[in-house]
Design a protein around this ligand. Structure first.
Ligand code: ATP
Ligand code: MG
Length: 357
């Protein structure tokens, strides 16, 4: 059955890197007979320039209709002075909330070819391959009530509310257990069970869910310990599941273990496995338009898209193998360049992945 992919190149280096990922997707589409169809739309600053808003109605309806979305990046200095509600980033937040993309998957993979990019010792990180599953639409970032209020003594008090309902925990838990099932069957749930009631419930639901996934080994860890373990011995983890705020912090920490932001993909999915896939990095306005951005994070995001939303595991694996092969060949964009390797442009990197396929 044919499936549709919506391309949202966005701003900055977005169009350059999405163009390379599109070529790769079209290639595996042919090779594996996937019957994918492609469409594209405006989001972020480029949408503001063309229509006045960061998420035009037309883009939202195309996004709703698509099986999967591949996004480059949004934002840049050109739009920094706009009021909050009209900023390019609102385009992304609008897509996340309208499509109910509650599950954010961020792998942190250190390719052995790039081990020297990490700030940790090679034996601690080489071969690192973990996934953080972060709840994306709930928790303290969205909980009510929230605000800044005045106390009787006249001083101001800021407050936020950390809330999760059972159904919110259960649905992110299921995504995490299923992710672990597809990998090494080890899931670590991160909470603050000793201090926060909401995470007492979180832990209870994770334990309850684990009965449905007897092949997955579930463990629990306090968030402070998890932050420490990630830099001490990150390879002990396979899949980590946690709430919105802890996941925000831990996934950035895990990304830095690999030392190369240009290599890291991400996925945000809803209950129907419809997903938005994008590199972890931003629009990199400092290098936009120069043809030097690393397209591999976007190409690897396309691989995740094939795996999680388009039911095409073999094509996903083929792309990942092709990326590994071009690294073996010593091809490097500027951000991952090191001595003895060959520096290539964005387009040359894309072409090399195509050739390796
Ligand atoms: P955002 O707020 O959108 O996350 P940011 O300000 O955190 O953006 P990025 O846009 O991710 O930052 O850029 C951070 C640095 O990493 C910049 O110097 C940028 O040039 C570099 N960078 C980001 N992505 C890439 C890439 N794909 N290839 C090469 N360099 C990159
Ligand atoms: Mg950033």
């Amino acid at each position: 059955m044919s499936k549709s992919v919506l391309l949202l190149p966005g701003d900055g280096i977005g169009p350059e890197i999405v163009a390379e990922a599109e070529k790769v997707l079209r290639k595996v589409n042919e090779q594996f007979g996937l019957e994918l169809t492609f469409d594209s739309a405006l989001v972020g600053g480029s949408a503001i320039d063309a229509t006045g808003v960061p998420l035009p109605e037309e883009t939202l309806s195309s996004a709703r209709a698509a099986d999967a979305i591949l996004l480059g990046a949004v934002g840049g200095p050109k739009w920094d002075d706009l009021e909050m509600a009209r900023r390019p980033e609102k385009g992304l937040l609008g897509l996340r909330s309208n499509l109910e993309l509650f599950a954010n998957l961020r792998p942190a993979i250190l390719y052995p070819q790039l081990a020297s990019a990490s700030s940790l010792k090679p034996e601690v990180v080489s071969g690192l391959d973990i996934v953080i599953v972060r709840e994306l639409t709930g928790g303290i970032y969205f909980g009510q009530p929230r605000g800044i209020r005045e106390l009787e003594n006249g001083e101001r008090q800021g407050y936020n509310t950390y809330v999760y309902s059972e159904s919110e925990i259960r649905r992110i838990g299921r995504v995490a257990f299923e992710t672990a099932q597809q990998r090494n069957k080890k899931l670590c749930s991160v909470d603050k069970h000793n201090v926060l009631e909401v995470t007492v419930l979180w832990r209870e639901i994770m334990d309850e869910l684990s009965k449905d996934y007897p092949d997955v080994e579930l463990s629990h860890m306090y968030v402070d310990n998890a932050a420490m373990q990630l830099v001490r011995a990150p390879k002990q983890f396979d899949v980590i599941v946690t709430g919105n705020m802890f996941g925000d912090i831990l996934s950035d920490e895990a990304a830095m273990l690999t030392g190369s932001i240009g290599m890291l993909p991400s996925a945000s999915m809803n209950a129907a496995k419809q997903g938005m896939y994008e590199p972890c990095h931003g629009s990199a306005p400092d290098i936009a338009g120069q043809g030097i951005a690393n397209p591999l994070a976007t190409i690897l995001s396309a691989a995740m898209m094939l795996r999680y939303s388009l039911d095409a595991e073999e094509a996903a694996k083929a792309i990942e193998a092709a990326v590994s092969k071009v690294l073996d060949q010593g091809l490097r964009t500027a951000d991952i360049m090191s001595e003895g390797n060959t520096r290539v442009s964005t387009a040359e990197m894309g072409e090399a992945v195509l050739a390796a396929l």
